[in-house]
Design a protein around this ligand. Structure first.
Ligand code: ASP
Ligand code: MG
Length: 407
């Protein structure tokens, strides 16, 4: 007998009928002899609705109240599922973050889990219960409700799987796994049978929406095998796991895009110590994440500095940067929010040369200008005009022959 953590996303619990479908899947797992801990998201669209209400109540809602509000969507789904499981003849119990406890730090809207007390869950499992836990939420030291960032219930599930030493964490969603690229953009996208933690992490960070990046970090750290599956079919899904020999054969495993990008250029920055610190410290203080940064070699002690932020942060970022620019005597600040980041990812890159050159040549052939480049060991990203997103994804998918299974 094992222990399985199953997480169901918003579209899988969008209405009572779908929650009933989840109940049947959970029961099937239980009947096969395993203990089951279920983690749920809010009904699709519900968290957005709550956020919208908060923004109508106050332009800049108090973060403590905000988290307490937007965490309520999950309370609805977990209680409904527990009721149904009982009606169907099973012992079931729902838990909110603070009832367990799932302890987090105090960073409202993007709290990190620091500790999970598994006692209550274990007691209930011993009694034969199916446990249903609200995803996305936790509680800080002072008993304030916190949330883990949008899409955070994946992280709740993996963290619970790690804390309970579950055999597997299954993430049920509306797609049947991880694809070489977004099938909505390119119909040649192929489902991967497995993918390494590192590749999945880069994909999630580079814009693939299938898993919350933090959940993959945790899965890697605690070596939790994660299956991404569809709750609407019995297809196999994708296993996210440790890297193996097969995976290295593939130079590139996926192409991702991220349209949530805005580019900020500070023009004619004096080239002297302390400038970058003056520009980026205020952004950090306001919790604005900076993604790519490039600074050119200076001519006559003046240089341009360009970086990207999430589009939702661009307004605030530009105010902060304009302020800093004045301070340091830069000429002006230019904002471009019609850009996208296109990335290719693969552990095989480490041992193959010419991957970057092939990416650049492929984009050049289509007349797509590359505005910024950044690389890691297993990822190359280019910032291009947003209107080229689909084209860039398709030509790169073709160039690296991702529609073909290689191993
Ligand atoms: N309900 C939350 C959201 O919409 C958390 C999640 O679905 O993972 O972001
Ligand atoms: Mg999700």
């Amino acid at each position: 007998m094992g222990l399985v953590v199953q997480k169901y996303g918003g579209t899988s619990v969008a209405d009572l009928e779908r929650i009933e479908n989840v109940a049947r899947r959970v029961i099937k797992e239980k009947e096969s002899g395993n203990d089951v801990v279920v983690v749920l998201s809010a009904m699709a669209g519900e968290t957005d609705r709550l956020i919208n209400l908060a923004q109508q109540a106050a332009a800049d809602p108090d973060p403590r109240e905000y988290d307490a509000l937007i965490s309520t969507g999950e309370q609805v789904t977990v209680t409904l599922l527990a009721m149904m499981l009982k009606r169907l003849g099973y012992r079931a119990r729902s838990f909110l973050g603070h009832q367990i406890k799932i302890n987090t730090d105090r960073a409202f809207k993007k709290a990190r889990i620091v500790k999970i007390d598994t006692r209550k869950i274990r007691e209930e499992l011993k009694k034969g219960a199916i446990i249903v836990v609200a995803g996305f939420q936790g509680v800080d030291e002072e008993n304030n409700i916190t949330t883990l960032g949008r899409g955070g219930s994946d992280t709740s599930a993996v963290a619970l799987a790690a804390a309970l030493k579950a055999d597997v964490c299954e993430i049920y969603t509306d797609v049947d796994g991880v694809y070489t690229t977004d099938p909505n953009i390119y119909d040649k996208a192929r489902r991967l049978d497995k993918i390494s933690y590192d590749e999945m992490l880069e994909m999630a960070r580079a814009g693939a929406k299938v898993l919350h990046p933090r959940s993959v970090e945790l899965a890697k750290k605690f070596e939790v095998p994660v299956y991404v599956k569809s709750s609407f079919s019995d297809a196999n899904g994708t296993l996210v796991t440790k890297e193996d020999k097969d995976m290295e054969k593939e130079v590139v495993s996926g192409v991702t895009y991220d349209r949530d990008q805005a580019k900020i250029t500070v023009v004619n920055v004096p080239d002297r110590p302390g400038i970058a610190a003056r520009l980026f410290t205020p952004l950090a203080e306001h919790n604005i994440m900076v993604d790519m940064i490039i600074q050119n070699a200076s001519v006559d002690s003046l240089t341009d500095l360009t970086f990207t932020v999430s589009r939702k942060d661009v307004k605030q970022a530009s105010i902060l940067v304009q302020d800093a620019a004045k301070d340091i005597g830069a000429a002006n600040v230019v904002i471009d929010d019609s850009v996208a980041k296109i990335s290719i990812i693969g552990v095989g890159m480490v041992s193959h040369s010419g991957v970057a050159a092939k990416m650049f040549t492929t984009l050049a052939k289509e007349g797509i200008n590359i505005e910024m480049i950044s690389t890691s060991e297993i990822k190359i990203s280019c910032v291009v005009k947003a209107k080229y997103t689909e084209l860039a994804v398709m030509v790169l998918h073709d160039a690296f022959e991702l529609e073909k299974q290689k191993s």
